[in-house]
Ligand binder design. Structure first.
Ligand SMILES: Nc1nc2c(ncn2[C@@H]2O[C@H](COP(=O)(O)OP(=O)(O)OP(=O)(O)O)[C@@H](O)[C@H]2O)c(=O)[nH]1
Ligand SMILES: [Mg+2]
Length: 443
């Protein structure tokens, strides 16, 4: 994609029928083009930050729509360029006709994310702020929204600036030390300071990974032996009868997925076929494999037991299959007399519920929500940012283990370079392409 400032346009609102549709234009010819296609207004003379009502007409002076035009002059606009927004009636035909007209007058159709890309190139937004714009648009929970706003306001940029400052001091001191002949002289305590910075990165990366569910959604699998009430619980948590429930064991075979929001997290809930262990054969091998895969992929396992029956070997198999994962033990069928007293849950009482009557389900919901509560403050959840922080940490580790002071200083600079890629847009078109390919046209 060329980066010279031609004038681009795109529909900024979702296609289809709506009360209004907004078409955006950005670039040096914005107002000149608008002057040519409008009547009853003169966008080139309109003050920045104002809105005017007028007509858009075609080349035969036929009216296309009565519109509002908002004008933002360079540099005080989203892209930093001359920018305008045409608000027309929300009819796809009208929007398409206006865009066609704009193109006839020399506008190019914008690429996905091109307006935000221009904002980054003009220095109006850092790259991590631009990525936060995408997260803002896609946020599904209030927590995701709060977290995206923190990053849109520059949370990541501030964090990177602080870390880079510490690293730059380390690089400067390492280079200063290179000037001395005796490598054992360590007045600047470099090794200790590198270790401290590595630990800081460890904390940021771990916290970020633990919180990635805010955007990716948390995977929660319901597992247990046949007939314990997994599908009944799945339906209860969803609030609708999605999975088939019967008194016969082995009813659920293929896994069933559904989305719910609990507290801060968007959750992908999976109902699975019962685990039977080696002894029984009520579910097929492929179904058992699917259940194992669901356990492997999950951020949390809901391990369900039938509280009305004594613990069986299959219950222990379930425990063995999932005990290495984060889990909540659920003792279902609490509406019946309790006969489940296992010795393998290591004293954990679990949570008693009845999927049939709904008793205990509210407590279970809160318990799940608590497991996915978002940490406050700036959290690095973007995979690209986490990869770069890991690259930075690897270089710091190499620096600490380097055989000589020169290699150590070289690795510190590599760490600084990795950190710099989080917000430095102009260094690589590849980075920009990777970031903006996920945007929609018009943003
Ligand atoms: N009394 C009582 N019965 C329940 C409860 N939960 C489920 N059941 C019953 O237990 C039987 C099995 O329920 P399902 O939800 O199909 O159990 P499942 O674990 O999905 O079974 P499979 O798909 O065969 O592995 C049905 O008859 C349900 O009505 C409960 O809390 N109390
Ligand atoms: Mg089932």
């Amino acid at each position: 994609m060329k980066s010279e400032p031609d004038t681009v346009c795109a529909l900024a609102t979702p296609p289809g029928i709506g009360s209004i549709a907004v078409i955006r234009l950005s670039g040096p010819r914005t107002f000149d083009i608008l002057d040519q296609i409008t009547r009853g207004m003169k966008p080139s003379r309109q003050p920045s930050g104002t809105v005017r009502l007028g007509w858009v007409e075609d080349s035969n002076r036929r009216e296309i729509d009565h519109v509002m035009i908002s004008v933002f002059r360079t540099p005080k606009s989203y892209t930093g360029e001359d920018l305008a927004e045409i608000s027309c009636h929300g009819n796809q035909l009208i929007a398409d006709t206006i865009i066609k007209l704009l193109r006839q007058h020399g506008c190019r159709l914008a690429e996905p994310g091109e307006f935000t890309r221009r904002a980054v190139l003009a220095g109006k937004l850092t790259l991590s702020q631009a990525e936060a714009v995408l997260d803002l648009i896609h946020a599904q929970t209030t927590a995701a929204l709060r977290s995206a706003l923190n990053r849109y306001e520059g949370g990541i940029s501030k964090l990177v600036t602080q870390l880079a400052e510490e690293l730059r001091n380390l690089v400067a001191d390492a280079e200063y030390q290179l000037g001395f002949d005796e490598p054992d002289t360590q007045p600047l305590n470099l090794a200790k300071r590198v270790k401290q910075l590595t630990r800081k990165l460890d904390r940021i990366i771990t916290r970020g990974k633990q919180n990635q569910y805010v955007y990716k959604g948390a995977e929660v699998a319901i597992v247990g032996r046949p007939n314990v009430g997994k599908s009944s619980l799945f339906n209860r948590l969803l609030g609708q009868k999605r999975a088939v429930v019967t008194p016969a064991p082995g009813t659920t075979r293929d896994r069933i997925d559904a989305s719910i929001v609990l507290g801060d997290a968007q959750i992908k809930l999976t109902d699975t076929g019962g685990i039977t262990g080696r002894s029984a054969g009520t579910i097929s091998r492929p179904a058992a494999a699917q259940t194992c895969k669901a356990i492997e992929q999950s951020d949390l396992v809901l391990m369900v037991f039938d509280g009305s029956r004594p613990a069986a070997s299959a219950d222990q198999e379930v425990f063995k299959a999932a005990c290495r994962h984060r889990a909540i033990y659920i003792i279902n069928k609490s509406d019946k007399p309790r006969r489940f007293e296992p010795d393998f849950l290591n004293g954990n009482p679990g949570i008693a519920v009845s999927a049939l009557t709904g008793t205990g389900i509210g407590r279970l919901r809160s318990m799940i929500a608590r497991r996915f509560r978002l940490n406050l403050g700036t959290v690095v959840t973007s995979t690209r940012h986490l990869e770069l922080l890991e690259e930075c940490r690897t270089a710091l580790n190499h620096s600490r283990k380097a055989p000589d002071a020169e290699t150590s200083a070289f690795e510190l600079k590599a760490a600084l370079d990795a950190l710099g890629k989080i917000d430095a847009p102009c260094t690589s078109t590849d980075i920009l392409n990777r970031v903006f390919s996920r945007f929609c046209v018009g943003k």
